[in-house]
Design a protein around this ligand. Sequence first.
Ligand SMILES: NC(=O)c1ccc[n+]([C@@H]2O[C@H](COP(=O)([O-])OP(=O)(O)OC[C@H]3O[C@@H](n4cnc5c(N)ncnc54)[C@H](OP(=O)(O)O)[C@@H]3O)[C@@H](O)[C@H]2O)c1
Length: 304
Amino acid sequence: MAAMRIAVSGASGLIGSALTASLTADGHEVVALVRREPRGPGEARWDPAEGTVAPGALEGCEAVVNLAGAPIAARRWNAARKKVLWDSRVEGTATLARAIAGLDEKPRVFVAGSAIGFYGETGEDAVDEDSPAGRGFIAELVQAWEAAADPARAAGIRTVHARTGLVVAAGGGAWGALFPIFRAGLGGRIGDGRQFWSYVSLADEVAALRHAIDTPALSGPVNITAPEPLTNREITAAMGRVLKRPAVFPVPGFALRAVLGEFAGDVLASQRVRPKRLLESGFTFTHPGIDDAIRAALPPRNRV
Ligand SMILES: NC(=O)c1ccc[n+]([C@@H]2O[C@H](COP(=O)([O-])OP(=O)(O)OC[C@H]3O[C@@H](n4cnc5c(N)ncnc54)[C@H](OP(=O)(O)O)[C@@H]3O)[C@@H](O)[C@H]2O)c1
């Protein structure tokens, strides 16, 4: 594939930095959209709260990828925190969608970050991209996040909603918090452990985002999750197995609620999400199984 110029917001984040590294390694030019003063030619300023993007930043870009958003799991939710979570995603997406819709030469594709939280609690039932939205704060947030891309869609730009699952990574995201606990031998199932977790390795997340950029037939929602979601109990056993530690300390739901507040509901929720559209469009996973996904998240010297 010929070298492209691609703008990435949230490029300093867990997924954004891995995507940037992957694209630049293959010779593509990445313009990181930053909320501070740019530090070099590879960066351009945007201000999602003000709705502005530096003039020229998106000129000549064939793809724009939005991976910005205040961290969901970082602290307890109150009304002010919920507003930050909401605005950072909805206003960020709207800012980019409006900016690219107004360009004379528009990008071929807008990959708009999204999340499987769209589906809410799914219990034992598997859901895919044809399933309806769920209920609750996160499900509502994700619907607004996706709708904010409408100006790009209306301008005829192919728009993909990358509905990302739980990214298996040691360096960030909700999963990042699990590694030190399990390494200390203090891991265990959460709640009754029967809730499904739809995970994806960081390498597969990046590959799926690139597949979305490169696949003209893909538009609309695309679930980025490993093919077979597993229960928390199964994933707990895999963490213990791969890290060679006991994983026998269950975390009761009430304790989680005491520490995490409302976010505990999402940790205890069951989400059994299938990546139907990725598979139909010929995507192959490097780490379809949980053991490989966990192993890939470890620094090479710790891969056992
Ligand atoms: N990791 C997961 O398991 C997972 C799962 C589902 C969905 N997602 C979604 O995918 C996106 C990227 O996830 P990630 O794990 O890479 O997140 P991350 O590591 O927290 O990075 C997100 C980036 O967003 C920017 N950001 C932070 N606070 C912001 C704010 N208040 N307003 C605007 N931008 C802000 C920051 O970049 P700058 O400082 O450079 O602007 C930050 O590096 C997020 O929207 C997240 O919700 C992640």
